[in-house]
Write a protein that binds this ligand. Structure first.
Ligand code: CA
Length: 227
């Protein structure tokens, strides 16, 4: 059974996550502060950790840093407050596998959980859709990627965007299409959000991101992926 640890100090949030994840068939344990969280991560054999950043006794960043310093490679999804861009960046630099902005919808969180678990699934790693694009080699189902042989950290959403573009390669894809297909109806990001993701994808794919050869802007329309 897949075991998940939820480290969250707000009781309502913690219990809500536990109930919903159990309903999805996961085995769930909880910790209410950073120190307890780190002890459980070190002692328990978890498949995934959901880690809040603002925690009593030890912040989520410190939990993450200590866990990685001890060589613990358990996947960790960081839960960060909306607008705290620095949290997201720092979290990924410290070795988080993904992040979810609070407040999040249950649907979004479950998608991230499944994506991170899938990334660690050896069967999918062997069988998933593999592509080579510019400097990037990726398995779009296993959510793994390398750039010139080095591991690249990509979020679940970046993989989903890339997969959609790949499935529609050599065609123009509009921002609205991407928003409805990749983001879904629950969140309401702007077309600017799409553009920001394209900037990030180009940095991973293109030899020279300022002169893209693979993710092409189609002015007044959207984007076109050219293998
Ligand atoms: Ca908190």
């Amino acid at each position: 059974m897949t075991r998940i640890l939820v480290v969250e100090d707000e009781r309502k949030m913690r219990e809500g996550l536990k109930d919903n994840l159990e309903f999805e068939g996961y085995e769930v344990e909880v910790a209410g502060d950073g120190e307890e969280g780190l002890n459980k991560i070190a002692a328990g054999n978890y498949d995934l950790v959901l880690l809040d950043i603002m925690l009593p006794s030890m912040s989520g960043f410190d939990v993450l840093r200590h866990a990685r310093e001890r060589g613990i490679s358990t996947p960790i999804i960081v839960l960060t407050a909306k607008g705290e861009e620095i949290d997201r960046v720092l979290g990924l630099e410290l070795g988080a596998d993904d992040y979810v902005l609070k407040p999040f919808s249950l649907r979004e969180l479950l998608a991230r959980v499944k994506a991170v678990l899938r990334r660690r699934d050896p069967a999918l790693a062997a069988a998933g859709l593999r592509i080579a694009l510019g400097c990037l080699e990726a398995n779009l189902d296993a959510y793994t990627a390398t750039r010139k042989g080095e591991d690249v950290v990509m979020t679940a959403r970046e993989f989903e965007i890339l997969k959609f573009l790949w499935q529609h390669r050599n065609q123009t894809v509009t921002r609205d299409q991407l928003l409805s297909e990749v983001w879904g109806y629950e969140s309401a990001p702007t077309t600017r959000t799409v553009d920001n993701f394209m900037v990030k994808l180009r940095q991973k794919i293109e030899e020279d991101p300022s002169r893209p050869k693979h993710i092409i802007t189609v002015h007044g329309a959207g984007y076109r992926l050219v293998p």
